[in-house]
Design a protein around this ligand. Structure first.
Ligand code: NAP
Length: 411
């Protein structure tokens, strides 16, 4: 492993490239990683051993990942006084696929979330969160095994666009005055103002990605989640653009719910339906098995991803990725849990499963399968880190490093 601030690639690896929209993956790809803040280093040290073991066993030594450390977060701040060096962003752009642990969001000082910045500058427009149950994981519902969904959350627009003004600021007052004078809409003078842009471009490319995924992975249902009954020209438009993509670009592969009411048969096609955001939160609890792939605007997706993950045992077991047309960036879904930093106790499963997702993205299914199967077996054996062990009778509590050992020995 090498740690670098310039873009000198590790000499023993080869960069992943693109041919159109197809990744060309050598047998020894360079994959940049950011270990993350707080418990990030504990998690990374355990995860990388699991990744290397899985690749080695899956391909009998014929393939291996050449890891390339990039700086971000507290480590970068400490070493070079920058939270997110531009070299790090450029390296992710160059190498196409990367993985990271959690990063601290610096509080105050006008510094934006590093995670949000990375998504925006690299145009990683889809946050992809598969949520499934690993048998034996303590979960708060009676049938956690009914959950098996993949959420595609729009990542660049909506109230996350970062266009907002503080109450009483010149900008907020200017917008309030403009709305009253030119648009005839009155807003209280003591209001903060945020803007919620949702575009046809942003919505359609997200739904397109979700539909391609559903087709490639033989998923049966795509649900558009929106609050279009209230926000007609943003969330309602998201729904309309979603149906437009489905029926104009995927006509032979989809049936809309309305068409099905009029007698159209699914016959192996994808059923495209839509649900109002509030109703979807009760539906995933009461009719879990009816849902499959979701496409959602940014804020709905943020809430829905965590709610689904909670239903199967929590964010510690949930992988995630931010994907654009060229780049896939895989990441922990939980935060830095700083009180456990350096204690070798934290649950590394989110990063480990994100790594499995990354291997699928590379077309290295055999390595991904080994990781997921071995992790599932370890959980079934009730060998767990503290967070899950404390919820289960008869569990063996393992350290982070021991949990990685157990997964490797289960491969
Ligand atoms: P957090 O780091 O997720 O931790 C909250 C609590 O969740 C922990 O104290 C722990 O609970 C549990 N937890 C989280 N991850 C765990 C794991 N891997 N294994 C076991 N338990 C785990 O949330 P936070 O304290 O709100 O955020 C801390 C920092 O992380 C903030 O700076 C935040 O901005 C950042 N953050 C980063 C990301 C990201 O990089 N993707 C995401 C979210 C937050 P117990 O105390 O009950 O054991």
């Amino acid at each position: 492993m090498s740690s670098n601030l310039d873009l000198t690639p590790p000499a023993d690896g080869v960069a992943i490239t693109l041919d159109g929209d197809r990744l060309i993956v050598p047998d020894n790809p360079i994959v940049p990683f950011i270990e993350g803040d707080g418990t990030g280093p504990d998690i990374w040290q355990a995860s990388v051993r699991v990744f290397d073991a899985a690749v080695s066993k899956a391909f009998d030594g014929a393939r291996r990942v050449v890891w390339f450390e990039l700086l971000a977060g507290e480590k970068a701040k400490g070493l070079i006084d920058e939270w997110l060096p531009k070299e790090t962003v450029e390296a992710v752009r160059t190498y196409k696929v990367a993985i990271k642990g959690p990063l601290t969001t610096p509080v105050g000082g006008g510094i934006r979330s590093l995670n949000v910045t990375l998504r925006q500058v690299l145009d990683l427009y889809a946050c992809v969160r598969p949520v499934r149950y690993f048998e034996g994981t303590p979960a708060p519902v009676r049938h956690p095994e009914r959950m098996n969904v993949v959420i595609f959350r729009e990542n660049t627009e909506d109230v996350y666009a970062g266009i907002e003004w503080e109450c009483g600021s010149d900008e907020a007052l200017k917008v309030i005055e403009f709305l009253e004078r030119d648009m005839g809409r009155k807003i209280r003078a003591d209001s903060g103002i945020g803007i919620k842009p949702i575009s046809a471009t942003g919505s359609k490319r997200l739904v397109r990605m979700a539909l391609r995924y559903a087709l490639a992975n033989r998923r049966g249902v795509l649900t558009l989640v929106h609050k279009g009954n209230i926000m007609k020209f943003t969330e309602g438009a998201f729904r309309d653009w979603g149906y437009e993509v489905a029926t104009e670009e995927f006509r032979d592969s989809v049936v809309t719910e309305e068409e099905s009411w009029n007698g159209a048969k699914c016959d192996g096609k994808i059923l495209v339906n839509d649900r109002i955001a509030d109703s979807v939160f009760q539906q995933i609890l009461t009719r879990t098995a009816d849902y499959d792939v979701f496409a959602t605007p940014n804020l709905n997706g943020d809430y829905l991803s965590d709610a689904c993950a909670a239903q199967v045992g929590g964010l510690e077991m949930a992988p995630g990725a931010n994907i654009g047309d060229e780049i896939g960036f895989f990441e922990a879904t939980h935060g830095t849990a700083p009180k456990y930093a350096g204690k070798d106790v934290i649950n590394p499963s989110s990063v480990i499963l994100s790594g499995a997702m990354m291997f699928r993205h590379l077309g290295w299914q055999e390595a991904a399968d080994r990781i997921e199967t071995a992790l599932a077996r370890t959980v079934q054996q009730k060998k767990l880190t503290y967070d899950l062990a404390r919820q289960m009778d008869g569990a063996t509590k393992l350290r982070t490093s021991e949990f990685a050992d157990a997964i490797i020995s289960n491969m």
